[in-house]
Design a protein around this ligand. Structure first.
Ligand code: PEP
Ligand code: MG
Length: 587
């Protein structure tokens, strides 16, 4: 029998072998049923009832998930309730019913399309993925328009879940209720809820497969390889054998890593390092700490804007930041002010399309232009700081004047809070991201103005090497070990240390074992990364001796190319510490 291999994006590592369980796709009907003007009030009442029912359902599911899977997984339902309560959403739906004299189903499909168009125009993959929350809520209201939604029976057997797209609430429900061996979907990306959830529950997942739902049928036999992003349909025995052995190896590796999470973050010669987590959703905090994080080194606050259709209020910001501070306490939480604008366009802001979004009105540039929105965020960060573990991090700083302007606003916001007798951390540390080469070149000037620095290597490398970080045609040039990049990073780290200021790397470079070892050799101690990579980085750094790494890296930095540097470091470190790269090819 012939078999099929499909390539997708591996978003949760591990291998599963089992039988297919195909889920139904949620489709909004697009047939327009007209109603008379007199019926519109009745239709709006029907819609409101469905919204009320949906809210009751969500509240109940939230309770269930909280009991079964813990609070961190129930938070998403809170976000969904917030979307549902958003006044502008109801207004848009009512408008369609009234103006088009159509039924509520039609209004839901039209409003869904409207949002889909806006989200489709966003280039940022993470932000794009948040459309699934809006779809999820609208689909739920849609189903609630029918008084008795149909329920499907589940036979309780362990299976591989196949879906076009698992809406976030569906993912939480399904992954909590039945034994799901793995997940494979047509849609989705690294930062979709399903991906985050699957990672936190250790369920292998491959997404972005385009049309797997059209190829497989219930009962088919499947291999899902979440590490390499591959799905094999009806594999012959030889291939199954190969994957059974790969699975065994991976499971052993996982066990080995698990042990690492509880061990101290020390190199062989007892140099202390700090593995921190980059997160995008508050529900990732517990996962991060369970994987060995010792702090939240980067909270990308942009997500807050995508959980709703209107601007988040101060209270919306505050409830998220307070939760982060509370759950991470006494460890630090670095809240980065919004990095939006440019290619990370948001539906709430009408930003002109820019010819060069990566060089456009982004991050701090945007915040300083829309000061009212910025003040709302800063106020909430300050209000959440009374436990004294919150830090403010400003993205995309290019020149000193931006820090000065920030400080004036920050001072004013602090004064307002004092006047209102609100408690906050008056000495809350403020730091900047070094991710624009111009800022890197004046590190000596900027460092004096702030409490700490954080190097955003994702952007710094993109701008320094003039290589778009998401353009596959030039990705061969994107080299963290390029001698120019290492020299620049060394320059920044040396200055920060000379001035006695804390310095972190929070780009993906910190998550790759070889680069992390090189950064250690340069002098770095704070490594912030996607939480799933913490165990392997901890394992790599615990396997080396700082003293010898420092010497090897010093020698390597005299070499001429990234390849020479890579080969030299691997050769020298491998001889001394073979354990250091054990984890490289596995994850
Ligand atoms: C970076 O640029 O390295 C960084 C951490 O920020 P982001 O990936 O969110 O742009
Ligand atoms: Mg960046």
């Amino acid at each position: 029998m012939s078999y099929i291999r499909l390539r997708g994006i591996g978003v949760s590592p591990g291998i599963a072998i089992g039988e297919v369980f195909l889920t139904e796709r949620v489709i909004f009907t697009s047939r327009k049923e007209s109603i008379s003007p007199l019926q519109t009030a009745e239709e709006i009442a029907r819609l409101k009832k469905a919204i009320k029912r949906t809210k009751e359902q969500l509240t109940e599911i939230k309770k269930q998930i909280k009991n079964k899977m813990g609070k961190e997984h129930s938070f998403i339902f809170e976000a969904h309730i917030m979307i549902l309560e958003d006044k502008s959403l109801l207004k848009s739906l009512e408008k369609v019913i009234k103006e088009e004299r159509a039924k509520a189903e039609w209004a839901l499909s039209q409003v869904h399309n409207k949002y889909q168009k806006v989200f489709d125009s966003i280039d940022d993959e993470y932000l794009k993925q948040r459309m699934s929350d809006v779809s999820d809520v609208l689909a739920r209201v849609y189903r609630s328009l029918e008084v008795k939604p149909k329920k499907k029976k589940d036979d309780g057997k362990e299976k591989i879940l196949i879906a076009h797209e698992l809406l976030p609430s569906e993912a939480a429900l399904r992954l909590s209720q039945r034994s799901v061996l793995a997940v494979a979907m047509d849609m989705g990306g690294q930062t979709s809820h399903t991906a985050i959830l699957a990672r936190s529950l250790n369920i292998p997942a491959v997404v972005g497969l385009s049309n797997i739902t059209k190829i497989v049928k219930n009962g088919d036999h499947l291999i899902v390889d979440g590490t390499d992003g591959e799905v094999i349909i009806n594999p012959p025995p030889a291939i199954q054998k190969e994957f059974i052995s790969k699975k065994r190896k991976y499971d052993d590796y996982r066990e080995e890593l698990k042990k690492t999470t509880k061990l101290s973050s020390l190199t062989l010669d007892s140099v202390r390092f700090f593995p921190w987590a980059n997160i995008e959703l508050p529900e990732e905090v517990n996962l991060a700490f369970s994987l060995g994080a010792e702090g939240i080194g980067l909270f990308r606050s942009e997500f807050l804007y995508l959980q709703r259709t209107s601007l988040p209020t101060e209270q919306d910001h505050l409830s998220v930041y307070s939760r982060l501070a509370r759950e991470a306490y006494p460890s630090p939480v670095y809240i980065r002010t919004i990095d939006i604008g440019g290619e990370k366009a948001l539906p709430q802001f009408k930003i002109e399309k820019e010819p060069n979004p990566a060089l456009g009105l982004r991050a701090i540039r945007f915040s300083l232009k829309d000061k009212d929105t910025f003040r709302v965020q800063l106020k909430a960060i300050l209000k959440a700081s009374s436990l004294k573990n919150v830090r403010v991090l400003i993205p995309m700083i290019t020149e000193l004047e931006e820090i000065e302007e920030f400080k004036i606003i920050f001072r004013e916001v602090k004064e307002e809070l004092k006047k209102d007798k609100v408690k906050f951390d008056e000495n809350i540390p403020v730091g900047v991201m070094i991710e624009v080469p111009a800022a890197a070149a004046i590190t000596d000037i900027l460092v004096k103005e702030v409490d700490y620095l954080s190097i955003g290597t994702n952007d710094l490398i993109q701008y320094y090497l003039a290589v778009d970080r998401s353009n596959e045609f030039v990705s061969y040039l994107y080299k963290p070990l390029h001698p120019s990049v290492l020299r620049l990073i060394k320059y920044i780290i040396d200055i920060a240390q000379r001035e006695g200021k804390e310095i972190t790397v929070c780009g993906e470079m910190a998550a790759e074992p070889l680069s992390a070892i090189v950064l250690l050799g340069i002098g770095l101690r704070n490594f912030s990364m996607n939480p799933i990579f913490i165990p392997r980085i901890k394992k790599a750094l615990r396997s080396v001796e700082y003293k010898s790494v420092k010497k090897v890296v010093q020698e390597a930095m005299n070499l001429k190319t990234a390849q020479e540097i890579e080969e030299y470091v691997i050769e020298k470190i491998l001889v001394k510490h073979p354990q250091a790269f054990l984890m490289r090819e596995m994850s």
